[in-house]
Design a binder for this molecule. Structure first.
Ligand SMILES: Nc1ncnc2c1ncn2[C@@H]1O[C@H](COP(=O)(O)OP(=O)(O)OP(=O)(O)O)[C@@H](O)[C@H]1O
Length: 312
């Protein structure tokens, strides 16, 4: 029947094949287990208690809702190397058997995929088509937009209709899809709040989403930043983003944990090199220049630093 449908090419037959294809793809999806996600975040994500809480709750309730009224839309904010890409991969490996290698995990990197300003009309048409086609083929598709702050506002507007409540775009429903925006926008505000907290002698874990109106401050910052793709974006004022998730700057102890993880993946024994994680972590630059509390690059390039010592 399928071959006959394709040969005949009638619209109804092609639609049937489309539905059949979509259903066959559900095989690629893991049975969602909120405990597994919780454990994964608990064991592998360091120093991000706010992210842990928000992501765990938001993803779990979305994945267990058989009839969501909109796609899940998360916006991750923080300076470099604090785990934004990493968390989107953790989410992916709790949804797809192949994790971020799944054909349903789609990443767009602004400066890589949309580099030329004068081609924005073409990019916009391609982006619209790509999102539409992916979700048509498989409703539980996950789209990650990296460097969202560098994205042309016209492209931000292109994505907008897909994020809305119970919308059908050209007959396709997007309410099972997941959109994650990653950006450095708001990172300085988050770092300042974390530093003020530290200076006030407060425990980092006491810092919550509503502390110092963190979410409002991030929003205000990215909404008014002219260099940001979010600038005066209707993504914000139409409340299409479910959660703006702040990633805190990482401290020495978190960087040390990242080094230990890399050591384990490289089969470097802590027994043989008991001080190595600490030595490598301390090699990273920290700010502010006097107190040296937070890692400038988060856990980025920890592996490369570690390799220098291994070669010795
Ligand atoms: N909080 C964290 N816990 C555990 N590992 C982390 C954390 N943050 C970063 N890492 C490690 O550092 C690597 C780089 O981090 P990641 O790519 O997620 O940073 P990012 O926040 O997306 O940075 P950028 O803004 O530069 O893209 C990750 O692959 C992971 O191995």
């Amino acid at each position: 029947f399928i071959i006959e449908s394709l040969v005949c090419g009638s619209a109804a037959a092609v639609a049937v094949v489309g539905v059949w294809y979509a259903w066959s793809q559900w095989d690629n999806v893991l049975h969602f287990d909120h405990k597994r996600l919780e454990k994964d975040l608990n064991e592998n994500l360091y120093g991000q208690h706010i992210v842990w809480k928000v992501v765990q709750k938001a993803v779990s309730s979305f994945m267990t809702d058989s009839n969501p009224n909109k796609p899940l839309v998360l916006s991750f904010h923080g300076t470099t190397g604090v785990g934004k890409n990493y968390v989107s991969k953790i989410i992916a490996r709790n949804i797809y058997k192949l994790g971020d290698k799944s054909e349903h995990f789609i990443t767009f990197i602004s400066e890589h995929h949309f580099p030329h300003k004068d081609k924005v009309d073409m990019y916009s048409a391609q982006l619209k088509e790509k999102i539409h086609q992916h979700v048509l083929r498989f409703p539980r598709t996950m789209f990650v937009f990296d460097e969202m702050d560098k994205m042309n506002p016209q492209l931000v507007e292109t994505v907008k209709p897909f994020l809305d409540y119970a919308t059908h775009v050209d007959g396709v429903s997007f309410r099972h899809a997941i959109f994650i925006f990653l950006s450095n926008a708001g990172g300085d505000v988050i770092n300042k709040i974390a530093l003020d907290f530290w200076k006030a002698g407060k425990n980092r874990e006491e810092l919550q989403m509503n502390s110092k109106e963190m979410e409002t401050q991030i929003l205000r910052n990215i909404f008014n930043d002219k260099s940001s793709g979010f600038w005066h974006s209707s993504l914000i004022d139409r409340h299409l983003v479910d959660h703006f998730v702040p990633f805190l700057p990482l401290e020495l102890k978190h960087v040390r944990q990242c080094v230990l993880t890399e050591m384990a993946s490289l089969n470097i024994s802590v027994h043989h090199y008991p001080d190595l994680a600490d030595t490598v972590a301390r090699e990273m630059p920290f700010f502010p220049s006097d107190e040296k509390i937070f890692s400038v690059k988060g856990c980025k390039s920890v592996r490369q630093k570690l390799m220098l010592y291994v070669d010795d």
